[in-house]
Design a protein around this ligand. Structure first.
Ligand code: DQQ
Length: 549
C-alpha cells in the first residue's frame, strides 16, 4: 500500500478529496448540525474558494451536501470567503460571508435558505440588494473580511464585526443594523491591536462560575443581554493573526451601551492574549449548540507536508475535532475538550495502571492499534526536588524553550509523556510530553510540548516544535493528565483537562497502519508513575459520503 494513503485521517472531518480551510457558519438547525467550510472543488491547493456543506446528527458522522455558496453574482464572482451564521429570533438562519467582487474588493453579503422546511438547508438564496457592507472610505478593500455571528443589543439593533487592518493595526470594525439589511458602521471599532491583519474574528459570551447557570454551559450569542445577564457572563474576542497564523483570545467585558469591549487585566490590552491551541489550528469559529446547551469550537488544521505531497495525496486540510469550550472557574482562561460524542467511536480498550516509569525508562502500550486512537493518561510525579531552574525570560517563549529542551534532552522532572506514531525501532516517533521547572522552592512551571523532529524519515517536511505552559498547581496535586487523539497524520493533545491544547500534523513513513506503536517514556531523572492509562482504538465514522440528491 502506498504510504501516502495511510496518512489520511479516519475520524477528523474532511471531504473525500481536494483542499479545505476555514470552518464557516457552524450552526444547529432542526435537529442537524451544519458545517460549511472553505473548499477548492478543483484541487488540493488553495483557490476557487466556495462554501462546501455537510450535516451531522452528532458532530461525528457527516453527510456531504452540494456546495451551499459559490460565485454566481458580481458581488462574489471572485470567491466566497469566510463568514458566519446567525439564527434570527423567528428561527430563520442567515449567513453573512465575504464575497470577492470584480475589482477584487472584499464585500459582505447575506444569503438565506430557499426552503426553511428543509432541515438540510440545501439551497441558499442571495438577495439582489447585496452587497450589504462595502469597504467605505478609509477601509482597506483588500483586507476587509470574515463577518462574525451577529448579536442583538438591548436597543433593538443587531451588531457584528468584520476583520480589517490599517497598516499594522488589526481592527474589529463594528456594524449595526435594525433589519439585517441596512448596516451602519459604528463610530469606533469594537477593538484593535498592533498585531497586523485580524482574520476571522469571533466574539461570544461565556458563563462565569458562581452565576445562575453552570460555568460550563454555553451562552447564545443572540440572547438579549440585559444588565442582569451582564453580571453572569464575560465576553471572548478571538482573532486569527495573518502574520503568525495562530488564533489568540482575550476574555473581558462588553458594554452594550458604549459598544465597547475591554479585556480583563489578566489579558493585557494590545497584547496578543492567549492561544486557543499551541499547534496547527487556525481560523476557528464557535457556535452555540442549543441541543446540548454548550458552545462548540471548530478550527482548521492545515497540512505541514509539501505542496507536491498534497497534490499527490489529492487532499489537504482537516478540521480539528469539535471542542466544547468554556471559561475556567478562575476566569483566567478558556477550557477546551473534545465533544462528548467522540467517545461513541471508542472500541477496543486497553488499560495500564499504577506503573512506575523510572528515569530514562520507557515501555510500550500493547494489545491495541494506536494509529487511530484516543489515549487518556494520568501521570503522578513523586518528587519535584529535581526540577530544573526556570529562567523568567522563558515565560514568553514556550515554543523556544521546548525547542531547546526537546524530548531528547534529559531533565530533572520530565520530559515524560508519550511517544506515538512510533516505529518499533523508535527511529520514527512523535513526542508529546511535560517538563516541570521550578521558579523557587515552592513555585513550579509546567511546560507541555509536542516534538515532531523525529516524526518522519521524510526530510522535506516542516516539523516545528510546538509548546505551551500549563496553568496547574503541580506542587499541590503532583498529578497531570494528558489526552491525545491520534489519527494517522493528526496528533491532537489536551493537557490538564483541556487547559493547554496542541494539534500537530505529522507524516511518518514507517510508523503507519499496524506499524504505528505507542510508548510511555520518562527522560527525566525523577521517577514518575502512570496512575492510569486508558487507550481505545477509534472506529471510522461516516465521513462526508455524498447524499444522493
Ligand atoms: N481564509 C479565507 C478568508 C480568511 C482566511 C479565505 C483565513 O476569508 O481571512 O479562504 O484563513
Amino acid at each position: 500500500k502506498e504510504v501516502i494513503t495511510e496518512l489520511r485521517t479516519g475520524y477528523h472531518f474532511q471531504p473525500p478529496k481536494h483542499w479545505i480551510n476555514d470552518p464557516n457558519g457552524p450552526m444547529y438547525y432542526k435537529g442537524l448540525y451544519h458545517l460549511f467550510y472553505q473548499y477548492n472543488p478543483k484541487g488540493a491547493v488553495w483557490g476557487n474558494i466556495i462554501w462546501a456543506h455537510s450535516v451531522s446528527t452528532d458532530l461525528i458522522h457527516w453527510v456531504a451536501l452540494q456546495p451551499a455558496i459559490y460565485p454566481t453574482k458580481p458581488f462574489d464572482v471572485n470567491g466566497c470567503w469566510s463568514g458566519s451564521a446567525t439564527l434570527l429570533p423567528n428561527g430563520v438562519p442567515v449567513i453573512m460571508y465575504t464575497g470577492i467582487d470584480p475589482h477584487k474588493n472584499q464585500v459582505q453579503n447575506v444569503a438565506y435558505p430557499a426552503n426553511l422546511s428543509d432541515p438540510f438547508l440545501r439551497e441558499w438564496v442571495k438577495p439582489e440588494y447585496n452587497p450589504i457592507i462595502t469597504p467605505d472610505h478609509g477601509i482597506n478593500a483588500s483586507a476587509f473580511r470574515d463577518p462574525t455571528t451577529a448579536w442583538y443589543g438591548p436597543d433593538g439593533h443587531w451588531r457584528l464585526v468584520v476583520g480589517t487592518k490599517e497598516n499594522m493595526r488589526g481592527i474589529a470594525v463594528l456594524y449595526r443594523s435594525r433589519d439585517f439589511k441596512k448596516w451602519v458602521k459604528a463610530r469606533h471599532s469594537l477593538h484593535a491591536g498592533l498585531t497586523g491583519m485580524w482574520e476571522c474574528p469571533d466574539f461570544f459570551p461565556v458563563a462565569v462560575a458562581g452565576g445562575s447557570r453552570h460555568h460550563q454551559s454555553g451562552v447564545d450569542t443572540a440572547e438579549l443581554h440585559d444588565r442582569v445577564v451582564a453580571e453572569e457572563v464575560k465576553y471572548v474576542l478571538k482573532v486569527s493573526l495573518e502574520l503568525t497564523r495562530y488564533d489568540y483570545y482575550t476574555v473581558g467585558t462588553y458594554d452594550h451601551d458604549k459598544e465597547r469591549y475591554t479585556p480583563d487585566p489578566a489579558f493585557p490590552d494590545n497584547d496578543y492574549g492567549l492561544r486557543y491551541d499551541y499547534g496547527d489550528f487556525y481560523a476557528s469559529k464557535s457556535f452555540f449548540d442549543p441541543a446540548k446547551k454548550r458552545r462548540v469550537l471548530w478550527g482548521w488544521a492545515n497540512e505541514s507536508d509539501t505542496v507536491t505531497d498534497d497534490r499527490h495525496k489529492g487532499w489537504a486540510g482537516i478540521q480539528a475535532i469539535p471542542r466544547k469550550i468554556f471559561l475556567s472557574r478562575s476566569g483566567r482562561q478558556l477550557i477546551q475538550w473534545p465533544v462528548e460524542e467522540v467517545k461513541s467511536l471508542r472500541s477496543k480498550h486497553v488499560n495500564v495502571s499504577n506503573k512506575a516509569v523510572k528515569g530514562g525508562e520507557y515501555f510500550e502500550v500493547t494489545g491495541f492499534k494506536s494509529v487511530q486512537s484516543d489515549v487518556e493518561t494520568a501521570f503522578t510525579i513523586r518528587n519535584l526536588d529535581k526540577a530544573e531552574k526556570f529562567d523568567p525570560a522563558w515565560r514568553t517563549d514556550a515554543q523556544g524553550l521546548c525547542k531547546k529542551f526537546n524530548s531528547h534532552v534529559k531533565g530533572g522532572v520530565g520530559p515524560f509523556g508519550l511517544w506515538l506514531l512510533a516505529s518499533d525501532d523508535l527511529e520514527e516517533r512523535t513526542a508529546v510530553f511535560f517538563r516541570v521547572f521550578k521558579t523557587n522552592d515552592t513555585n513550579y512551571v509546567v511546560l507541555m510540548c509536542n516534538d515532531p523532529t523525529r516524526s518522519s524519515y521524510e526530510s522535506q517536511i516542516y516539523r516545528p516544535t510546538f509548546a505551551g505552559f500549563v496553568n496547574v498547581d503541580i506542587a499541590k496535586t503532583k498529578k497531570i493528565a494528558l489526552r491525545t487523539l491520534i489519527d494517522h497524520s493528526v496528533v491532537e493533545s489536551f493537557g490538564a483537562g483541556g487547559k493547554t491544547c496542541i494539534l500537530t500534523r505529522v507524516y511518518p513513513r514507517k510508523a503507519i497502519g499496524d506499524d504505528a506503536h505507542l510508548f510511555v517514556f520518562n527522560n527525566g531523572e525523577s521517577d514518575i508513575k502512570v496512575t492510569n492509562l486508558h487507550a481505545w482504538e477509534m472506529k471510522t465514522p461516516t465521513m462526508n459520503k455524498l447524499l444522493e440528491q
